[in-house]
Design a protein around this ligand. Structure first.
Ligand code: NDP
Length: 449
């Protein structure tokens, strides 16, 4: 593991002790601290004023019970969280995740990452994350609605257009946001469109929000490839997952001339030597809500389904992990490098383990960290807030143009910051430092907060 200087090592030890049993949070904090040695050497005031310690401590953590009734009339109970991490730059902002693996440590790691990601967008948004250990898989539409309503019955008092603006994440898409917004509206008797983002177009959503995270990651990698005189044209691309981020990553990559050779879900992955048929993936995942194994069944010749296994065994030029945290391991990274990968862009949050990141960086592979590469989703959420505030609605082209410009800007900020701090080409360091400095400087101006 890279060395941390004594001061940062003490901070990490303290974070680990105060947040026991939360390995994902420790991992996320360590990764940022590993980048901050050079900043503290240049700007000792950050250490003297305990800025790093303050940034590692969430401003507020809410844990609540969500009781609901299933279709068999049985009472079910879930646990839910909202961690409001940092509001120095604007109202808290970050998604809601419904997945059985959700616990306070996972939400904390996501909220921590979100704080720097949001800062990188250059938009006035703080960082937060929320979610529940509710498992939406196999639940009926009515059960999903009752769960969302019960979840909002508690959450509504903690959020608001000027306070905290949640959005979707794993297990939370347009359907769930609709149920939550509907219930918020009933509870508050206010049509406060800016309280949630990722809304449907018929009630205040933004065009291109659904596509934004996947498109944004694709733009980021395009800019990264361009630094080496390369493009997507003719490149074989593997995208893990087949949810919101994965689907729209595949769409934009195909548009730019890349060939998608595989995608996955939590049960296994598909390989299609003719290039993935995205219309079929959308039909299976967005309409029928079925497993990705159906793809090979429907497609026949040329398409194979592998149950379990690692999608990163598929030879490719570009890898875009877009499912979940720590899904791409050291072993996977070695395989990808051996197979000639040239660029890796994190569509998901922290999908690459620290060992895997090291392997990519040592091999000189272009590596884009999620807090920069997948920031297009939250940036477009901020554009949705702008449209809601001005009671306006922009065209798809106008919104996508803004998104593309924001992603280019984030890319350049990371690249320039890495250069400035003596590590050209290190996008991890560039993203961590640029995000940190923006949040820390705002906090310094606001007094000891
Ligand atoms: P979705 O729920 O739409 O899709 C998630 C996909 O990942 C599904 O294919 C799912 O498979 C798979 N997956 C989930 N958990 C696991 C797991 N434990 N192991 C293997 N596969 C898994 O979520 P999103 O596409 O919205 O989110 C994907 C990632 O992108 C997350 O890390 C999220 O935090 C991040 N992200 C999302 C943004 C957004 O705008 N939505 C913005 C920025 C980051 P299955 O159906 O089998 O569960």
């Amino acid at each position: 593991m890279p060395h941390l200087d004594e001061r940062l090592e003490t901070i990490l030890a303290d974070v680990t002790r105060r947040n026991a049993g939360e390995p994902e949070f420790h991992q996320a904090v360590r990764e940022v601290l590993e980048s901050l040695g050079r900043v503290v050497a240049k700007r000792p005031e950050y250490a003297d004023e305990a800025l790093i310690e303050r940034i590692c401590e969430p401003e507020r953590q809410i844990i609540f019970r969500v009781p609901w009734i299933d279709d068999d009339n049985k009472v079910q109970i879930n646990r839910a969280f909202r961690v409001q991490f940092n509001s120095a730059l604007g109202p808290y902002k970050g998604g809601i995740r419904f997945h059985p693996s959700v616990n306070v440590g996972i939400i904390k790691f996501l909220g921590f990452e979100q704080t720097f990601k949001n800062a990188l967008t250059g938009m006035p948004i703080g960082g937060a994350k929320g979610g529940s250990d509710f498992d939406p898989k196999g639940r009926s539409d009515r059960e999903i609605m009752r769960f969302c309503q019960s979840f909002m019955t508690e959450l509504w008092r903690h959020i608001g257009e000027y306070t905290d603006v949640p959005a979707g994440d794993i297990g939370v898409g347009g359907r769930e946001i609709g149920y939550m917004f509907g219930h918020y509206k009933r509870l508050t008797n206010r049509y406060e469109a800016g309280v949630l983002t990722g809304k449907g177009l018929s009630y205040g959503g933004s065009r291109a929000r659904k596509e934004a995270t996947g498109y944004g990651n694709t733009y980021f990698i395009e800019a990264m490839l361009a630094t080496r005189g390369q493009s997507y044209d003719g490149k074989r691309v593997v995208v893990s997952g087949s949810g919101n981020v994965a689907v729209y990553t595949m769409e934009k990559v195909q548009e730019l001339g890349g060939i998608i050779v595989g995608c996955s879900d939590s049960n296994g992955y598909v390989f299609d030597e003719n290039g993935i048929d995205l219309d079929l993936v959308k039909e299976i995942k967005e309409v029928r809500r079925e497993r990705i194994s159906e793809y090979a069944r429907a497609k026949g010749t040329g398409a194979h389904y592998v149950c379990g296994g690692s999608i990163w065994d598929l030879p490719c030029d570009v890898a875009m992990p877009s499912a979940t945290q720590n899904e791409l391991t050291g072993r996977d990274a070695r395989t990808l490098v051996k197979n000639g990968v040239v660029a890796v862009g994190e569509g998901a949050n922290m999908p690459t383990t620290p060992e895997a990141i090291r392997i990519f960086q040592e091999a000189g592979i272009l590596f884009a960290p999620g807090k920069a590469a997948n920031a297009g989703g939250v940036a477009t959420s901020a554009l949705e807030m702008q449209q809601n505030a001005s009671r306006d609605s922009w065209t798809f082209e106008q919104t996508e143009e803004r998104l593309a410009a924001i992603m280019r800007n984030i890319h350049d900020t990371c690249a320039e910051t890495a250069e400035e701090y003596g590590a050209p080409g290190d996008y991890v360091l560039g993203a961590n430092i640029a995000g940190f400095v923006r949040v820390a400087d705002a906090m310094r101006s606001l007094g000891v907060i």
